[in-house]
Write a protein that binds this ligand. Structure first.
Ligand code: CP
Ligand code: NVA
Length: 311
């Protein structure tokens, strides 16, 4: 892969996305074949926000590839005391072979990438969550067999997950409808960029305020929490504004009969999703969570194996 970093799915071609999926499928089927793929390499993992899946799947993933991962809470490293991002990136590049970062500002990750000599992976920012969405489309590929021409419906906040799903849909040949309450629409720049990608790919991106329009004939319904990390003080207002924005049995019944339900987790049962849906037969949430491991191992192998330092 020619890219040094994994920041947005938008940065990759449809072919590259498919080659990551194919490698992930191989790694999932024969993990022992890859146990020395990143032998002796180290991944630094910077976290400004909480995490269960991202932390564990990257750490275990590096271990299974023969490497090692370092958990660095932003509070404990000097970055949290004001050391410049550029200096942090340059120093870490002298010790480690890759950096994964979960940050508030998206710019923190892009600044890390610009200044690091080693690959930088976006482990979630306020703007996007590409590793999760790669795992989600990979899961959809496993479940639906073919993604081309299929429809994914997003029901909820126009947040980081919605943005990455919009960037990913044209790359996997899917149409996406994003339905949000008034005032919670996705970032217009992301919509514009993803729409241009969709046009080039011959797929469709629609943004609406109608749940019914989104889920009609959908093959996948996906949602996420009403208040993301960093929006805790808005929780009360959002609970009010998102009233009625729950994926329940009725919403699922409007999609295709064999539609699957997705959620990146963590979830709030009784808010964005009814327990009977997320814990029901159509839900694939734990496959999505598991696939984080396989897909991220593929991403790390693609970016880190045999790479010469750029600076
Ligand atoms: N879905 C996801 O990224 O989960 P964590 O916040 O637990 O990493
Ligand atoms: N939108 C959520 C995703 C968590 C994995 C958040 O940013 O908190």
């Amino acid at each position: 892969m020619k890219q040094k970093d994994f920041i947005e799915i938008h940065d990759f071609t449809a072919r590259e996305v498919m080659s990551i999926f194919k490698l992930a499928r191989l790694i999932k089927a024969k993990p022992r074949k890859f146990r020395d793929a990143l032998k002796g390499q180290t991944l630094a993992m910077i976290f400004e926000k909480s995490s269960t899946r991202t932390r564990v799947s990257f750490e275990v993933g590096m271990f299974q590839l023969g490497g090692h991962a370092l958990f660095l809470s932003a509070r404990d490293i000097q970055l949290g005391r004001g050391e410049p991002i550029a200096d942090t990136a340059k120093v870490l590049s002298r010790y480690v072979d890759g950096i994964m970062a979960r940050t508030f500002a998206h710019k923190t990750v892009t600044d890390l990438a610009e200044n690091a000599a080693v690959p930088v992976i976006n482990g979630l920012t306020d703007l996007s969550h590409p590793c999760q969405v790669m795992a989600d489309y990979f899961t959809a590929w496993e479940k639906l067999r073919k993604l081309k021409g299929k429809k994914i419906a997003w029901v909820g906040d126009g947040n980081n997950m919605a943005h990455s799903l919009m960037f990913g849909a044209p790359k996997v040949g899917m149409n996406i409808v994003v339905a949000t309450p008034q005032g919670y629409e996705p970032n217009p720049q992301v919509v514009a960029q993803a729409t241009a990608d969709a046009k080039a790919a011959g797929t469709k991106i629609t943004v609406t305020h109608s749940i019914e329009e989104a889920v009609d004939d959908a093959d996948i319904i996906e949602t996420d929490v009403w208040a993301s990390m960093g929006q805790e003080e808005e929780s009360e207002k959002r609970r009010h504004d998102f009233a009625g924005w729950q994926v329940d049995k009725r919403v699922m019944s409007l999609a295709r009969k064999n539609a699957i339900f997705m959620h990146c987790l963590p979830a709030h049962r009784g808010e964005e999703v009814a327990a009977e849906v997320i814990d029901g037969k159509q839900s694939v949430i734990f496959d999505e969570a598991e696939n984080r491991l396989h897909v991220q191992k593929a991403i790390m192998v693609m970016l880190m194996k045999g790479r010469k330092r750029s600076k």
